[in-house]
Ligand binder design. Sequence first.
Ligand SMILES: C[S@@+](CC[C@H](N)C(=O)[O-])C[C@H]1O[C@@H](n2cnc3c(N)ncnc32)[C@H](O)[C@@H]1O
Length: 331
Amino acid sequence: MQLPTDLQLAIEKFLAGSKPSQITRSFADLSGKYRAGALGQRCVQTSDDVVAYVATRMPSIYCVVRAICEEVSERLPQFRPRRLLDIGSGPGTALWAAQSVWGGLGSARMLDCNRVFRECGMSLSEYGTAPVFRQLAWETMDLEQPHRGFGDGCDLVTACYVLSELSDASRQRTVLAAWEAASGVLIVVEPGTPKGFETILAARAALIDQGAQILGPCAAGGACPMKGSAIRWCHFSERVERTSWQRRGKGATLAFEDEKYSYVVASRLPARQIAGRIVDVPRTSKFDISINICDSQNQIGSFRVSKRDRERFARFKRLKWGSYVPADQVK
Ligand SMILES: C[S@@+](CC[C@H](N)C(=O)[O-])C[C@H]1O[C@@H](n2cnc3c(N)ncnc32)[C@H](O)[C@@H]1O
């Protein structure tokens, strides 16, 4: 996946004048913090951190959130969000992603406690070509401080890569308040690591307790079977075409990277049902293909199809890690 041209231009303009060597250093610092990062630690703080984030992380996160929004749009074809609330909005990554999937967003509220990130988001949004970029409210809010929720409801609410930066108490409170503010759909995303998945699993459980319908990645609500399974943590991967800043900032030679993520989508709207989801990379041998599916009974099953069963083999071969499985294909 690639960035839309207005976002590419916005990032280019924002980074113009930055030194690649400085970005490389700040990116190394940032990744060190992410790797060592205990839950509750705020990783991006200074303006150097924000520059490194926009150069190296924002493009990949944009692609992840966009892939999730596309999935929501497929499952809820009648859903046309008009108002977005983005919690822990950073530079506005989720806004750009949601806007590229649902062109009709009318306005958005962007909440964050970091002034440098908010200012960065505002300057990027000047290059956004859609009307929503002229209807943004950048609000200061510290999620660690007591609050009475997020006020006016919005049909789409996003909380991307923010929960893991919060303390346990604020994380739980943020999920509940985010759900309360969502009149349609809530999307929560975290890195596709065991820690990121733990955070998503806790959010998912809290949402189910509130009666939320789980739209993704699971085929159903109920107990998640991942923990204790051979797969261990539920995550997916999005292939991202690297920008030149990403290549320079990371000292990378490959033209792409695979961004791993864990997520949960909760919905108040009736959605198209799916039979299951492929939860890791399908394995093909000389003789067969085998895939692991998490199904609508919350069970992970392994399916093996022999090459001799030509028609079924051809159908399974088209499926990828993360694909939905239509009911007739699991039989
Ligand atoms: C990793 S960044 C993610 C930014 C953006 N959501 C994205 O996906 O690109 C985490 C964001 O959460 C914000 N954040 C962390 N702790 C916060 C808090 N206590 N209150 C409000 N925002 C917070 C940070 O300022 C930062 O913008």
